[in-house]
Design a protein around this ligand. Structure first.
Ligand code: 5AD
Ligand code: SF4
Length: 463
């Protein structure tokens, strides 16, 4: 497998400097998953490296870049709507450059639509195209033609890309890219290509830099982190990688996502149990509670196998919480199948659920399956799922009242004079404290809950 390194493009930087009297500003907007947000941080890093400044205001920008998501149709429609709204900005400022990248740009029919129906889009590149961005910009600034080709996928890991992180105290750390699972509903393996892992040395080096820079929460990312290491010259697994990282001293905690239940084993659970810096929370997307639907989804586990793993984790890691992704209305899902999903949700007792109505993605196997249920039926199931989830999680969250916990303060709370902090188990607590505490650890006494949000009081240690 190819390993590529980012190299500063001096010619592109010179072209940017020549095209503007003062440093131009770039607006980068990312949609979708954490992996894509991390890609967005790299896009900003590269733009800074060739002389752009970064702005949060599209109206001020000389370059607007949409880093898109293709996982559901709704996300794509939103992007098309937002690109449509840029026509006005381009009319007001003909020198404005507009680019579209990410997962949508990896689909030929999307590139075709952008080419013909959105003439004010200047360039398009796919998920592995970050190395081409400086050259693309330089050519367009030099009067070159629109660049609208969907680039071929590269089975490469790209190292050394500059990153402009959104937060000073939390960071995403990708450990693998792509997905080989081909769940039948999912477009990701088609747009993000084959699984490939970063070398453990590269992950460890970035991890050390983050810890040394004072980063307190690091989230390891991958479409399926449990596939980590399979493609390495010296194969290792994800639990081994966690061991390697946890041997590093420092005041940090580690999260990871996403785990595929078929590859998450007892070794992973035992590893979490052994290391206090690994958060007591596992995001383990189940997608459905029906074995028939799980087979049609190509998920390679049964509800009973999934529950065995959950039971083992509950027994082995005291206080562990779970979250999950669930798809409602997969083609052919019956009332009986759906009832099994509700049953599983009750049995696991998830603290959080990310729920999606099935969205047909062109090119996937499920797109060719008969799908007789109406949207109204699926929406009604979704409402029942959310209600069940609230019945399960709200009392479990409220039952944590009375405990003292350590949290990482993340931002201002909804009520005046409060902040929110995240617990080790991924729940959020709101408590009175000054905003200057954001980015720091705090000890909090939990007093109750409003819906899924815990409430508490800060414990200030007496000298
Ligand atoms: N329709 C609905 N939800 C989907 N997901 C992935 N593909 C689809 C689709 N076609 C959901 C899955 C996955 C999450 C990231 O998005 O639940 O775990
Ligand atoms: Fe999609 Fe399945 Fe891969 Fe997740 S594991 S990205 S749902 S194909």
């Amino acid at each position: 497998m190819e390993n590529l390194n980012y190299i500063h493009d001096a010619a592109a930087a010179a072209a940017v400097a020549a095209a503007y009297e003062t440093p131009p500003l770039a607006y980068v907007r990312s949609y979708g998953c954490q992996q894509n947000f991390n890609d967005g941080e790299k896009l900003r890093g590269v733009l800074l490296d060739i002389g752009y400044g970064i702005t949060d205001t599209p109206e001020q920008a000389d370059l607007i870049l949409f880093n898109t998501c293709a996982v559901r149709e709704h996300a794509e429609q939103r992007v098309f709507g937002n690109i449509g709204a840029l026509k006005r900005l381009k009319a007001a400022n003909p020198r404005l450059l507009i680019g579209v990248c990410g997962c949508m740009a990896q689909q030929p029919q999307v590139v075709e639509k952008l080419k013909t129906s959105y003439p004010y889009v200047d360039f398009v590149f796919g998920v592995d195209g970050i190395l081409e961005l400086p050259g693309l910009l330089a050519r367009r600034l030099g009067g070159g033609r629109r660049a609208m080709q969907p680039p071929a996928q590269r089975a490469a890991v790209i190292e050394g890309v500059p990153v402009r992180r959104d937060s000073g105290f939390r960071a995403w750390l990708p450990v693998m890219y792509g997905c080989d699972n081909f769940c039948t509903y999912c477009i990701v393996p088609y747009v993000r290509g084959r699984e490939r892992s970063r070398a453990p040395e590269a992950v460890l080096a970035e991890f050390r830099r983050l810890v040394a820079a004072g980063c307190k929460e690091i989230t390891l990312l991958g479409q399926n982190v449990n596939s980590y290491g399979k493609t390495l010259p010296e194969p290792m697994d994800f639990a081994d990688l966690l061991e390697l990282l946890c041997a590093e001293p420092g005041d940090y905690r580690l999260r990871f996502m996403t785990s595929h239940p078929k590859d998450a084993g007892k070794k992973l659970i035992d590893t979490i149990a052994r290391h206090p810096q690994l958060c007591r929370h596992i995001h383990l997307p189940v997608q459905s509670g029906s074995d028939r639907i799980l087979a049609a989804m190509n998920r390679h586990y049964t509800a009973a196998q999934y529950l065995d793993l959950i039971d083992y984790a509950k027994k082995t890691i005291p206080g562990v919480t779970f979250s999950s992704d669930i798809i409602v209305g997969f083609p052919g899902e019956t009332e009986e199948d759906f009832a099994q999903t509700l049953e599983l949700v009750r049995r696991v007792g998830y603290m959080q659920l990310f729920t999606f109505i099935y969205s047909r993605r062109t090119g996937t196997r499920a797109a060719r399956m008969p799908d007789p249920a109406t949207h109204a039926e699926k929406a009604a199931r979704m409402a029942r799922l959310l209600k069940t989830q609230e019945e399960v999680s709200y009392p479990a969250i409220a039952a944590l009242a009375g405990r003292d916990v350590r949290v990482l303060v993340e931002g201002a709370g909804r009520r005046a004079g409060t902040v929110t902090g995240r617990l080790d188990n991924n729940l959020t607590v709101e408590f009175p404290a000054p905003e200057s505490l954001v980015g720091a650890w705090a000890q909090v006494h939990l007093t109750g809950a409003r819906a899924a949000l815990l409430t508490g009081e800060r414990i200030i240690a007496k000298e």
